[in-house]
Design a protein around this ligand. Structure first.
Ligand SMILES: Nc1ncnc2c(CN3C[C@H](CCSCCOCCO)[C@@H](O)C3)c[nH]c12
Length: 227
């Protein structure tokens, strides 16, 4: 079973359009969609926004639906200057920029007995780069930082860039990476840029959420053909 996860309904809907749904399972106040694509058994869900919701859905996808790989598709705010709205990025690793136990001497993003960074699956990233090459699509890769805040401040964005070396920002990947790392499930995250995470990002986000969600969804479907 392969899990496909998003945070928002708008990110999942364009993926479901490509699939023939077999069944919908209601569980823990959410919906999990079962589908087949070519010879793949898929379970899909959008978690709702934020790291707690994302961690809950990721754990359910693995524990209840027996997902052996977890692929995330959605949108993100850009940190790297050459990432423009609609551009695609895959995560090399994820982190949580809003974890702060520095008063006890720990580095930003670190929780005792856990990690700052959670590595994404190299095989799935390799497939993504192969697909991008075949389709002639620009695909960046980099660290993607998560926090329970919509970032719309150049100062905050630059702190995250400096502190974590992040190329993009969102609100779920660090939590999903933590769950997949602890469950030993390969994790892949693809995001299309919806805004620049600076002042005015909320306006861009509202304008480009749907279009950028479609960009990510389309690429993810191309990836499923190669898995
Ligand atoms: N700059 C930014 N900072 C942090 N995250 C992101 C992301 C990635 N997703 C989008 C969504 C945040 C938007 S909440 C919208 C509330 O509903 C608005 C109506 O649709 C959450 O799931 C994280 C894109 N740009 C970002």
């Amino acid at each position: 079973m392969i899990a496909i996860m998003c945070a928002m309904r708008e990110e999942l809907e364009p993926i479901l359009e490509y699939l023939k749904l077999k069944e919908t399972v209601e569980y823990a106040n959410n919906k999990y969609y079962l589908a087949k694509f070519n010879n793949l058994d898929l379970v899909l869900a959008y978690s709702k926004i934020g790291k707690v919701n994302a961690a809950l859905s990721a754990a359910i996808l693995i524990e209840k639906f027996n997902a052996k790989k977890l692929l995330f598709s959605g949108v993100a705010g850009a940190i790297e200057r050459d990432l423009k709205i609609g551009d695609l990025i895959i995560a090399t690793k994820t982190c949580q920029h809003d974890i702060d136990l520095t008063v006890f001497g720990y580095e930003p993003g670190f929780i005792p007995e856990s990690k700052v960074f959670f590595e994404c699956d190299e095989n799935l990233n390799h497939i993504a780069k192969k697909v991008a090459g075949k389709l002639g699509i620009k695909l960046k890769e980099g660290i993607i930082a998560s926090g329970d805040q919509f970032i719309h401040s150049k100062e905050k964005k630059e702190w995250i860039a400096k502190t974590f070396g992040a190329s993009a920002i969102e609100m779920e990947g660090g939590a999903v990476g933590c769950v997949c790392d602890n469950e030993s499930v390969p994790f892949f995250m693809l995001r299309a840029i919806s805004d620049a995470a600076e002042e005015g990002a909320g306006i861009d986000f509202d304008e480009f959420l749907e279009e950028s969600s479609r960009v990510s969804a389309k690429f993810l479907i191309e990836m499923l053909k190669e898995i």
